[in-house]
Design a protein around this ligand. Structure first.
Ligand SMILES: [Zn+2]
Length: 187
Protein backbone atom coordinates (compact mmCIF):
# COMPACT_ATOMS: atom_id res chain seq x y z
CA UNK A 1 0.00 0.00 0.00
CA UNK A 2 1.30 3.46 -0.84
CA UNK A 3 2.05 5.49 2.19
CA UNK A 4 0.12 8.54 0.93
CA UNK A 5 -3.03 6.49 0.35
CA UNK A 6 -3.48 5.52 3.95
CA UNK A 7 -6.58 6.52 5.80
CA UNK A 8 -6.65 7.98 9.30
CA UNK A 9 -9.28 8.45 11.95
CA UNK A 10 -8.99 10.92 14.83
CA UNK A 11 -6.28 9.88 17.28
CA UNK A 12 -4.29 7.75 14.85
CA UNK A 13 -0.55 8.00 15.39
CA UNK A 14 1.06 9.27 12.18
CA UNK A 15 4.73 9.61 13.00
CA UNK A 16 7.03 11.98 14.84
CA UNK A 17 7.84 15.66 14.42
CA UNK A 18 11.36 14.62 13.42
CA UNK A 19 9.97 12.74 10.42
CA UNK A 20 7.30 15.23 9.36
CA UNK A 21 6.30 18.87 9.44
CA UNK A 22 2.89 19.53 10.90
CA UNK A 23 0.19 20.21 8.33
CA UNK A 24 -3.57 20.39 8.39
CA UNK A 25 -5.67 17.97 10.39
CA UNK A 26 -2.69 16.92 12.50
CA UNK A 27 -1.63 17.75 16.05
CA UNK A 28 1.63 17.41 17.87
CA UNK A 29 1.76 15.90 21.33
CA UNK A 30 5.25 15.78 22.75
CA UNK A 31 6.76 15.24 19.32
CA UNK A 32 4.24 12.59 18.28
CA UNK A 33 1.84 13.47 15.50
CA UNK A 34 -1.80 12.39 15.54
CA UNK A 35 -4.75 12.83 13.21
CA UNK A 36 -7.54 15.18 14.30
CA UNK A 37 -9.99 14.22 11.57
CA UNK A 38 -11.03 11.45 9.22
CA UNK A 39 -9.27 11.50 5.90
CA UNK A 40 -6.45 10.40 3.69
CA UNK A 41 -2.90 10.83 4.87
CA UNK A 42 -0.97 13.00 2.46
CA UNK A 43 2.76 13.64 2.66
CA UNK A 44 4.24 16.33 0.43
CA UNK A 45 7.72 16.34 -1.10
CA UNK A 46 8.84 18.57 1.76
CA UNK A 47 7.60 16.03 4.32
CA UNK A 48 4.59 18.08 5.38
CA UNK A 49 1.94 15.69 6.63
CA UNK A 50 -1.74 16.55 6.15
CA UNK A 51 -5.01 14.74 6.63
CA UNK A 52 -7.18 15.51 3.62
CA UNK A 53 -10.79 15.32 4.68
CA UNK A 54 -12.39 12.45 2.82
CA UNK A 55 -15.67 13.54 4.28
CA UNK A 56 -17.53 16.28 2.55
CA UNK A 57 -20.58 16.46 4.76
CA UNK A 58 -23.53 16.27 2.43
CA UNK A 59 -25.81 19.19 3.21
CA UNK A 60 -28.69 16.88 3.88
CA UNK A 61 -27.05 15.13 6.81
CA UNK A 62 -28.00 16.71 10.09
CA UNK A 63 -28.18 15.75 13.72
CA UNK A 64 -30.92 13.24 14.36
CA UNK A 65 -30.87 11.79 10.84
CA UNK A 66 -30.91 8.02 10.74
CA UNK A 67 -28.47 6.59 8.21
CA UNK A 68 -27.81 3.17 6.75
CA UNK A 69 -24.25 2.13 6.09
CA UNK A 70 -21.69 -0.61 6.11
CA UNK A 71 -18.96 -1.24 8.65
CA UNK A 72 -15.72 -0.59 6.78
CA UNK A 73 -13.21 -0.80 9.58
CA UNK A 74 -13.14 -1.61 13.28
CA UNK A 75 -10.48 0.05 15.41
CA UNK A 76 -9.91 -0.03 19.15
CA UNK A 77 -12.29 2.81 19.94
CA UNK A 78 -14.23 3.51 16.74
CA UNK A 79 -16.07 1.64 14.03
CA UNK A 80 -15.90 3.35 10.63
CA UNK A 81 -19.17 3.32 8.69
CA UNK A 82 -19.48 4.10 5.02
CA UNK A 83 -22.86 5.77 4.80
CA UNK A 84 -25.06 4.61 1.93
CA UNK A 85 -28.29 6.48 2.48
CA UNK A 86 -30.41 8.50 4.85
CA UNK A 87 -33.60 6.98 6.17
CA UNK A 88 -36.64 8.58 4.58
CA UNK A 89 -34.50 9.89 1.71
CA UNK A 90 -33.35 6.55 0.29
CA UNK A 91 -33.82 7.75 -3.26
CA UNK A 92 -31.41 10.61 -2.76
CA UNK A 93 -28.02 9.07 -3.13
CA UNK A 94 -25.16 10.51 -1.20
CA UNK A 95 -22.89 11.96 -3.84
CA UNK A 96 -19.47 11.62 -2.29
CA UNK A 97 -18.41 8.56 -0.34
CA UNK A 98 -19.23 9.60 3.18
CA UNK A 99 -17.77 8.06 6.28
CA UNK A 100 -19.04 8.32 9.80
CA UNK A 101 -17.70 6.87 13.00
CA UNK A 102 -19.33 5.10 15.91
CA UNK A 103 -17.29 5.69 19.02
CA UNK A 104 -17.19 2.84 21.54
CA UNK A 105 -19.13 5.01 24.01
CA UNK A 106 -22.02 5.45 21.55
CA UNK A 107 -22.65 1.80 20.67
CA UNK A 108 -25.19 0.92 23.34
CA UNK A 109 -26.25 1.73 26.85
CA UNK A 110 -23.82 0.14 29.23
CA UNK A 111 -20.15 -0.66 29.00
CA UNK A 112 -18.57 -1.95 25.81
CA UNK A 113 -15.18 -3.58 26.25
CA UNK A 114 -14.53 -4.63 22.67
CA UNK A 115 -16.00 -3.21 19.47
CA UNK A 116 -15.43 -6.57 17.77
CA UNK A 117 -18.18 -7.95 20.02
CA UNK A 118 -20.64 -5.36 18.66
CA UNK A 119 -19.89 -5.08 14.95
CA UNK A 120 -18.41 -7.18 12.19
CA UNK A 121 -16.68 -6.17 8.99
CA UNK A 122 -19.24 -5.34 6.24
CA UNK A 123 -22.22 -5.51 8.58
CA UNK A 124 -25.07 -3.26 7.52
CA UNK A 125 -25.96 -0.89 10.34
CA UNK A 126 -28.61 1.64 11.09
CA UNK A 127 -27.29 4.57 13.11
CA UNK A 128 -28.24 8.05 14.16
CA UNK A 129 -26.17 11.14 13.42
CA UNK A 130 -25.26 12.73 16.77
CA UNK A 131 -22.72 15.21 15.41
CA UNK A 132 -23.19 16.32 11.82
CA UNK A 133 -19.84 18.11 11.57
CA UNK A 134 -17.64 15.17 12.51
CA UNK A 135 -20.25 12.61 11.42
CA UNK A 136 -20.32 10.86 14.73
CA UNK A 137 -22.99 8.20 14.84
CA UNK A 138 -24.80 6.37 17.63
CA UNK A 139 -26.46 2.96 17.72
CA UNK A 140 -27.69 3.22 21.31
CA UNK A 141 -31.42 3.06 20.66
CA UNK A 142 -33.24 -0.28 20.32
CA UNK A 143 -34.03 0.04 16.64
CA UNK A 144 -30.42 1.01 15.86
CA UNK A 145 -27.46 -1.28 15.35
CA UNK A 146 -26.73 -4.15 12.99
CA UNK A 147 -29.60 -4.91 10.59
CA UNK A 148 -27.79 -7.41 8.37
CA UNK A 149 -24.66 -9.47 8.90
CA UNK A 150 -23.07 -12.43 7.24
CA UNK A 151 -21.15 -15.40 8.50
CA UNK A 152 -17.41 -14.79 8.15
CA UNK A 153 -16.96 -18.41 7.13
CA UNK A 154 -19.91 -19.24 4.84
CA UNK A 155 -20.79 -15.70 3.66
CA UNK A 156 -24.46 -16.44 4.20
CA UNK A 157 -26.77 -14.20 6.21
CA UNK A 158 -26.78 -14.72 9.95
CA UNK A 159 -30.09 -15.24 11.69
CA UNK A 160 -31.13 -13.71 14.97
CA UNK A 161 -31.07 -16.17 17.87
CA UNK A 162 -31.92 -14.56 21.16
CA UNK A 163 -29.37 -11.83 21.76
CA UNK A 164 -26.87 -13.18 19.26
CA UNK A 165 -26.61 -14.04 15.58
CA UNK A 166 -26.22 -17.58 14.33
CA UNK A 167 -25.27 -19.14 11.02
CA UNK A 168 -27.78 -21.73 9.81
CA UNK A 169 -25.08 -23.58 7.92
CA UNK A 170 -22.02 -23.84 10.19
CA UNK A 171 -23.83 -23.05 13.50
CA UNK A 172 -21.29 -20.38 14.29
CA UNK A 173 -22.64 -17.83 16.79
CA UNK A 174 -21.54 -14.21 16.72
CA UNK A 175 -22.21 -11.35 19.10
CA UNK A 176 -23.46 -8.00 17.81
CA UNK A 177 -25.25 -4.82 18.83
CA UNK A 178 -28.37 -5.96 17.02
CA UNK A 179 -31.16 -3.62 15.92
CA UNK A 180 -34.67 -4.78 16.75
CA UNK A 181 -35.24 -4.48 12.98
CA UNK A 182 -32.57 -7.10 12.24
CA UNK A 183 -33.32 -9.20 9.19
CA UNK A 184 -36.65 -7.55 8.51
CA UNK A 185 -35.35 -6.06 5.31
CA UNK A 186 -36.81 -2.73 6.31
CA UNK A 187 -35.00 0.31 7.49
ZN1 LIG B 1 -21.51 -20.06 8.65
Amino acid sequence: MEKDKRFAVPGDFLGTSEEFTLGKGVYDEGGNLYATQIGEISITDKRVINILPAVETPPMLKEGDVVIGRIEDIRDTVAVVSIACVKGKEKREIAAPTQGVIHISNVKKGYVSELQQEFGYLDVVKAKVIDAKTLRLSTEERDLGVIKAMCMKCKCDLEMKGNALACGRCKRVEARKISEDYGKGVV
